[in-house]
Design a protein. Structure first.
Length: 291
């Protein structure tokens, strides 16, 4: 199923994803940025024909941004109209303004609602960017798939969403949340797998160039860089070189296009020097020796 969506997964990842679907348990994916964790949720939603709801986490994320908030301007307008019409029943006004039509559903509440009978794929992306308070709030959602709105009561999912949680491990996520999930570490792909990814994602890339790109990136990840290039950067680099009509790597081309592969100036400066030229020479020598 993943291969049909152009996602190349190892047996271990395919197995844990299968178990997550069968056991109806959230899947916790951990790994370096750019290794394809988010893409798994996108491919899964497309393959199962389910809507994808994404909660992009960030520092300071709160309930009003993640779960729900009230449409205050519309509520104030309704109060003014009620006053203008002479309505004095405060209970009626309060019941009206705190009804579903004034409720703005954010990703968490959207994920618990499946009006068409198809539970969505709920992607909680980069959970490690949030604080521990928000992480603790998620325990209720992942334990019982419900959210309490004080003015309306408890809203429960009729069918639990398919939950995918990703983290880049910038901080440790609490064990209580991890225990509710199945876990998988998404690593950088092996050379053969990364080469097949380029063939699928950048079909116009020259075969020789594809081999050189993969060999170069695989060796580059062995350097002590501030940020190693992920699969997303490999695809971007292959696309950029294809747009430039390159059929092989050379020092000038590598130097001109490093900004698509590396995202920090210190890393770029290091690879533009003698160390980078030696790396390219080693790549070509290894490929020539391999035939």
């Amino acid at each position: 199923m993943l291969a049909a969506g152009n996602y190349l997964a190892g047996r271990a990842l395919a197995t844990v994803l299968f178990l997550s679907l069968r056991m109806k348990r959230p899947l916790f994916l951990e790994g370096e940025a750019g290794v394809g964790k988010t893409e798994i949720a996108k491919v899964l939603a497309a393959a199962l024909d389910r809507p994808l709801i994404r909660l992009q986490c960030y520092e300071g994320l709160d309930i009003s941004s993640a779960v729900y908030e009230w449409n205050y301007p519309a509520q104030m307008l309704e109060i003014r109209l009620a006053e203008a019409s002479g309505t004095t029943d405060r209970g009626r006004i309060e019941a009206d303004i705190f009804s579903e039509r004034y409720l703005i559903r954010r990703p968490v509440l959207q994920a618990l609602s499946s009006p068409d009978g198809r539970a969505p794929v709920f992607l909680i992306d980069e959970l490690d960017r949030t604080d521990e308070a928000f992480e603790a709030f998620l325990l209720e959602v992942l334990s019982d798939f419900q959210v309490t709105v004080p003015e309306l009561g408890t809203i429960r999912a009729t069918e639990p969403p398919i939950v995918i949680i990703t983290t880049n491990r910038t901080r440790e996520v609490h064990d209580a949340l991890k225990r509710r999930c199945l876990y998988h570490w998404v690593d950088y792909p092996a050379a053969a797998q990364e080469l097949e990814i380029i063939r699928r994602k950048v079909p116009g890339c020259n075969a020789t160039l594809s081999q050189q790109i993969v060999a170069y990136v695989q060796k580059l990840r062995g350097f002590d860089l501030f940020k190693n290039p992920g699969v997303a950067e490999t695809i971007d680099w292959a696309t950029a070189l294809t747009e430039l009509d390159r059929v092989a790597l050379d020092p000038e081309t590598v130097s001109d296009t490093l900004g698509t592969l590396l995202k920090y100036q210190d890393d770029i400066a290091r690879i533009e020097g003698a160390e980078g030229r030696k790396l390219l020479d080693d790549v070509k020598a290894d490929l020539a020796a391999a035939g």
